[in-house]
Write a protein that binds this ligand. Structure first.
Ligand SMILES: Cc1cc2nc3c(=O)[nH]c(=O)nc-3n(C[C@H](O)[C@H](O)[C@H](O)COP(=O)(O)OP(=O)(O)OC[C@H]3O[C@@H](n4cnc5c(N)ncnc54)[C@H](O)[C@@H]3O)c2cc1C
Length: 431
């Protein structure tokens, strides 16, 4: 079927019911909106066909993974169909010797990670709720974790992608070999596009050997600027931590039961090297530090998973969370400014000193939160609203100030999704 045929909505609904098992639409609310229908197709072809039916009938679709990050995105303009991709969860190709894997979008991070771990391999990703987070959602939201400092972005590890488009086709880009130079770089186009250009069906990755050991060094400081300065020292040292974050006192208390500002450095590699690295990291900032704690392998995994929980795009009732991009050298100044301005309303602040990002969570009544977003949006180099009450998001672009590439993004949207059936209005500039 092609997107040019017009279909009566009733006929379209009947056709959709044949293409995927129906689910309870109440479980698929986005920013208070409930779809008319929710379905879970079981094959890539059925997803593509469902999109073509929706395009022909003018029905607006929101792709659905684990539903964990639905806080990210502008308020939907309209919402008719939730397209749940979790039935597509196969590993379609895995060559441990080649360090490559192809996995369908609906597979959870937990189950992909355990498959890789059985072969001593990994993808450097984290999740607060790994059973729920899907590969498709991870690629569609396209936002990294602090480990990006050591391993690069997940975007750099994608070597191929399969996407269902609103014209009913299944488009493939890249491949399953690491050295892939042919064709357009479709992977990067869909990475972070919030499912506004196509529904991700499968992603191919190059995987990495899992580290033999992991430790996390936690160092506490009296003031935010001391911890940020220490993070910069470690960042520019010869030592190679794989993640480097600074936690404000309320987060440090919740996550590590430590008072004050806490700098956390993750070390990964062979056992002996990791131990030496922890000692050398500690020695290089020791004089300025108060308490220090070293987390073992198991505690390291649990710690970073809960750090991830402070960075997620969660819908909130009385809080808002903003991610601000800023130079690592300016994060300390930014933290001091946020502390002064928000005081006890500052619920959480995590500085990702490796990537140059600050994650700020503040609490308040909706009217205050609107004003806070107005202020936070102007800080740093760019700011994204990751979660807020509906009344705060209304009329706003959660992606903050617009970059210069908006006209190009608009043309891409017109090319891939001319009827605007995918995540209508939710992506940057309300595309
Ligand atoms: C700042 C930040 C950093 C993060 N870093 C990490 C990290 O390092 N590791 C990690 O595991 N998680 C990380 N996350 C969380 C990660 O982005 C989410 O865990 C993941 O997107 C949630 O998956 P989900 O299946 O619950 O997606 P959902 O909440 O269901 O969907 C998220 C968005 O993607 C769209 N979508 C979902 N599936 C598809 C698909 N197949 N095709 C097209 N569009 C689709 C949805 O329409 C929705 O807009 C981070 C999140 C944030 C906000």
């Amino acid at each position: 079927m092609t997107g040019t045929t017009r279909l009566a909505p009733g006929v379209a609904m009947e056709r959709l019911a044949e293409l995927g098992a129906p689910h309870d639409p109440r479980a698929y609310r986005v920013d208070g909106l409930e779809p008319l229908v929710a379905l879970a197709p079981e094959t890539p072809e059925a997803v593509a066909e469902a999109l073509a039916v929706c395009a022909a009938a003018g029905l607006v679709v929101i792709p659905w993974g684990g539903g964990r990050q639905m806080g990210l995105g502008n308020l939907p303009e309209r919402y008719d169909v939730a397209l749940d991709v979790r039935s597509l969860s196969a590993i379609t190709h895995y060559e441990p010797d080649d360090l490559t894997i192809a996995v369908q979008a609906g597979r959870s991070i937990a189950s992909l990670s355990s498959e890789l771990a059985a072969h001593g391999q990994m993808l450097p990703i984290e999740a607060a709720d790994p059973e729920r987070v899907t590969i498709g959602g991870l690629v569609a939201t396209g936002i990294g974790c602090p480990r990006r400092f050591g391993y690069g972005s997940l975007r750099d590890l994608i070597i191929g992608i399969t996407v269902a488009l609103p014209d009913g086709t299944l488009a493939r880009g890249g491949g399953i070999v690491v050295k892939n130079v042919s064709g357009y770089d479709m992977m990067r186009l869909h990475f972070g596009a919030l499912g506004s250009l196509g529904v991700i069906i499968q992603a191919n990755f190059k995987v990495l050997p899992a580290p033999e050991a992991q430790r996390t060094l936690l160092l506490s400081f009296r003031e935010s600027d001391q911890s940020a300065a220490a993070a910069l020292t470690l960042r520019t040292s010869q030592l190679a931590p794989t993640a480097l974050v600074v936690l404000a006192p309320p987060v440090a208390k919740r996550l590590a039961d430590l008072e004050r500002w806490v700098l956390a450095a993750r070390c990964e590699g062979p056992e002996g090297a990791v131990e030496r690295q922890v000692e050398r990291l500690r020695a290089s900032v020791e004089t300025a530090s108060g308490e220090s704690v070293v987390l073992d392998d198991r505690k390291t995994l649990a710690f970073w998973s809960s750090v991830q929980g402070e960075l997620e795009a969660t819908p909130f009732d009385r809080e808002l969370r903003v991610r601000i991009g800023e130079l690592p050298s300016r994060l300390g100044e930014l933290a001091a400014q946020l502390e002064r301005r928000y005081g006890s309303a500052l619920r959480s602040l995590v500085l990702d000193s490796g990537s140059g990002l600050a994650y700020v969570t503040v609490s308040g009544e909706p009217v205050e939160l609107r004003a806070f977003w107005g202020e936070l949006r102007e800080l740093g180099r760019h700011a994204t609203l990751l979660g807020a009450p509906i009344e705060v998001k209304a009329g706003e672009d959660v992606f903050g100030r617009h970059p210069e590439g908006i006209p190009v993004m608009r043309r891409l949207k017109e090319t891939f999704d001319p009827e605007r059936i995918l995540n209508r209005g939710r992506f940057i500039a309300h595309l």
